[in-house]
Design a protein around this ligand. Structure first.
Ligand SMILES: NC(=O)c1ccc[n+]([C@@H]2O[C@H](COP(=O)([O-])OP(=O)(O)OC[C@H]3O[C@@H](n4cnc5c(N)ncnc54)[C@H](OP(=O)(O)O)[C@@H]3O)[C@@H](O)[C@H]2O)c1
Length: 336
C-alpha cells in the first residue's frame, strides 16, 4: 500500500476540542529509508498521557509534538515492509508510531518490540501484557511498595491502568479500594477486579469513606491528582506511600495541576511520595512478563476493551477515554 491516512496535530487543543486541533490526512508513502520499519496498524492505544504531547508545555516528561506533524501513540500491528532485519515482514510488533493506517518507525526511537505471536488475542499486548500492566506492576510492587494485608487505594480504577492495578494488588494479597466515576464502574471494581471497597467519587464523600478504612490507607496509586489526592492524604496510615502515576485531572489544561492542599500530611504522617514513568523501566520487561503471563493464563489478570472501530473514529475513542466513558482499556481497531 503506498497511500496512507494519518492524524495530524494542527493546533494545541483547547480543553477537549480534539476535532478542532487534529485532522485526518492522506499521503503517499515515501520509499522506506535504511533501518526503518513500516507497520500495518491493527490497533492504536488510547493513552491519557498522550494528551500532554498535544499541548504547548515544555516542562512535561516528554517534549510536546511539533504542530503540523502526525500524532503519535502506541501502535500494535504487523511489519508490512522492513529495512531492519530484526523486524521481518509479518512480525507482530508494538511501538510508538503515528496514528496512521501505516506507521513508519525507527526501531530504536520508537521502542519497537517483536511480540509473542502465540497469544490467542493479540490485543493482550495492549492489555494484560502491555504498558499499562507494566505500569500497574511497578507502581504497586515497587513505588507504592504495597504489602500483603495492607490497604491500597487507586484512582481512575476502572480504566486501563487502574483496572490492572486492582488485579495486580489483589494477586499480591493487597486489599484494594478502587475509586471511579459512576455505579457501573464501581460494580466492575468489586464484582470483577477484586476490590473490597469501591467509591463513586462523583457521587460520594471520598474523604468520609476513606476515614472509615480501619488503620488507614497504606498506599495510594494516584492516576488523577487534584481533589482526590486531597481526600486521600489525611486518611493515609503513618509511613504510607503515594505512587504518582498520572495527573489526569489536569491534562485538558495547559496549566500545571496545583499541588496538594493537604501537603502538610506528608510530614504529619511521614509519607513518601514518588512519581514514576514506565518508559524508565522498559529494560526490565523480561522480568515483568513471566509474572503477568502466568496471571493471565491462570485467569487472574483480565482486561476489558473499549474498542472503537476505524481510523476515521480515532478522536471518538480518544474522547471516550479522557471523558471517562471507557471501562477498561480504550483502543481503536484500524485494520478491518
Ligand atoms: N506514569 C506512567 O508511566 C503511566 C503509564 C500509563 C498511564 N499513566 C497514567 O495513568 C492514568 C490513567 O491513564 P490510562 O491511559 O490508563 O487511561 P484510563 O484510566 O483508561 O482512562 C482515563 C480515566 O481517567 C478518569 N478521569 C478522567 N478525568 C478525571 C478527573 N478529572 N478526575 C478523576 N478521574 C478522571 C476517567 O475515569 P472515571 O470515570 O473514573 O473518571 C477515565 O476513564 C493517567 O493519569 C495516565 O497518565 C501513567
Amino acid at each position: 500500500m503506498t497511500s496512507n491516512q494519518f492524524w495530524r496535530l494542527n493546533h494545541h487543543p483547547q480543553g477537549t476540542d480534539f476535532a478542532g486541533a487534529l485532522s485526518l490526512e492522506s499521503e503517499t508513502l515515501a520509499p522506506l529509508a535504511q533501518g526503518q520499519v513500516r507497520v500495518a496498524t491493527h490497533w492504536l492505544s488510547m493513552d491519557a498521557g498522550t494528551r500532554m504531547w498535544m499541548g504547548p508545555r515544555t516542562d512535561g516528561y516528554q517534549p510536546p509534538l511539533p504542530l503540523g506533524t502526525a500524532m503519535v501513540g502506541l501502535v500494535l500491528g504487523r511489519v508490512s515492509e522492513s529495512r531492519d532485519p530484526a523486524f521481518p515482514e509479518g512480525a507482530l510488533v508494538r511501538g510508538f508510531g503515528q496514528w496512521a493506517e501505516v506507521a513508519t518507525m525507527d526501531p530504536a526511537l520508537s521502542g519497537l518490540t517483536v511480540l509473542d505471536d502465540t497469544v490467542a488475542d493479540p490485543r493482550a499486548h495492549f492489555g494484560e501484557l502491555g504498558m499499562n500492566a507494566w505500569t500497574a506492576y511497578v507502581g504497586v510492587k515497587e513505588v507504592a511498595a504495597a504489602k500483603p494485608g495492607e490497604w491500597l487505594v487507586v484512582s481512575a480504577a476502572a480504566g486501563a491502568t487502574g483496572s490492572l492495578v486492582c488485579q495486580v494488588a489483589r494477586n499480591l494479597g493487597v486489599r484494594v479500594i478502587g475509586m471511579a466515576g459512576g455505579p457501573e464502574k464501581c460494580r466492575y471494581l468489586t464484582e470483577e477486579l477484586g476490590a473490597e471497597i469501591a467509591i463513586d467519587y462523583k457521587a460520594e464523600d471520598v474523604a468520609a469513606r476513606l476515614a472509615a478504612v480501619p488503620g488507614g490507607v497504606h498506599a495510594y496509586f494516584d492516576n488523577v491528582g487534584g481533589p482526590l489526592l486531597d481526600a486521600v492524604l489525611p486518611n493515609m496510615a503513618h509511613y504510607g506511600r503515594v505512587a504518582v502515576c498520572g495527573l489526569v485531572a489536569g491534562y485538558n489544561s495547559d496549566e500545571p495541576l496545583p499541588g496538594p492542599a493537604r501537603f502538610d500530611q506528608v510530614l504529619m504522617r511521614r509519607l513518601r511520595i514518588e512519581g514514576f514513568f514506565i518508559p524508565d523501566f522498559l529494560h526490565r520487561g523480561a522480568e515483568f512478563m513471566p509474572v503477568l503471563r502466568e496471571w493471565m493464563d491462570a485467569g487472574k489478570l483480565k482486561v476489558r476493551f473499549d474498542e472503537t472501530v476505524g481510523i476515521e473514529n480515532v478522536l471518538v475513542g480518544y474522547d471516550r477515554m479522557l471523558s471517562g466513558k471507557n471501562i477498561g482499556k480504550a483502543i481503536v481497531k484500524v485494520a478491518r
